[in-house]
Design a binder for this molecule. Structure first.
Ligand SMILES: [Mg+2]
Length: 270
């Protein structure tokens, strides 16, 4: 049975850390905003601390490279934000992937910029809704807002209707954000591509996410026999465990890194 209260469920994730699976071969896929980084009103207003980047790099090294960040942000934004991070970064919900020094092959999805027609729809709509702030990510777009739930629902419905002629596009509502993206760009497909890489083979996949676009990621990892962790309350019904906050998720990953490091040293006899 799923725990009703994620705050009370945190100890179950900690209990997993004390078990055998956490000491065995694992790989980790994690969302960024709202999972490892607190949300800000505007994506440029938040920066990871050097300490967080350092912890992510240690995890990457301990897992022999089997660690990826999978984000809805554009690659340019991720490159700035994750400066110094040495692992795989997947941008635009996994449509574009990059790894320093590694060729990750062709993009998974059609990365053509949004069509002129779709852009016109968005710009015309923004004239009627000045509370929305457009983030143009090339192949995707995000509308940031601080609207109450019913108003955000209405915007999502109206945009889905207005963009319906662009059949390849999907409209999603996340936390303080409405996303427009090609249907081929989703974190589940990204997870499958990442898990097929040699560095991730024969490892138990573990993933973390907080928002609607992470459901595909959690489902893909569970389908691969892995462990899905929800950060905050939104995805608790889709997860094996819940962690109550970004701070708890960062602490949990840090402990996982230490557990893996100890197991590795024991195995090496060092
Ligand atoms: Mg998120």
């Amino acid at each position: 049975m799923k725990p009703a209260n994620p705050a009370q469920a945190g100890w179950r994730a900690d209990e997993w850390l004390a078990g055998e699976q956490a000491r065995g071969p694992i790989c980790v896929l994690s969302d960024l905003d709202g999972t490892l980084l607190e949300y800000a009103d505007w994506p440029d207003e938040v920066l990871p601390s050097p300490r967080l980047i350092g912890m992510l790099n240690r995890l990457h090294d301990t897992l022999d490279g089997a660690f990826a960040i999978v984000s809805g942000r554009g690659m340019r934004s991720l490159d700035v934000l994750l400066r110094g991070f040495i692992g795989i970064r997947a941008a635009l919900h996994g449509a574009e992937m990059r790894h320093p020094g590694l060729d990750l092959g062709e993009p998974a999805a059609d990365l053509r910029p949004l069509s002129a027609g779709a852009r016109r729809v968005l710009h015309d709509y923004l004239l009627t809704m000045p509370q929305l702030h457009l983030e143009d990510k090339g192949a995707c777009a995000a509308l940031h807002h601080d609207l109450p739930g019913p108003d955000a629902d209405r915007v999502e419905r109206e945009l889905a209707r207005l963009l319906a002629p662009n059949r390849e596009l999907q409209v999603f509502q996340g936390r303080k954000i409405i996303e427009i993206r090609p249907s081929a760009a989703n974190k589940g497909a990204a997870a499958q591509r990442i898990l097929a890489r040699p560095a991730f083979a024969n490892r138990l996949p573990v993933c973390l996410g907080d928002d609607v676009t992470d459901i595909d990621l959690l489902d893909a990892v569970k389908a691969a026999g892995g462990v899905a962790i929800a950060v905050g309350p939104r995805l608790s019904a889709h997860a094996d465990f819940c962690l109550p906050s970004v701070a708890a998720a960062v602490r949990w990953l840090s402990t996982l890194q230490a557990v893996q490091e100890i197991a590795r040293r024991e195995q090496d006899g060092t």
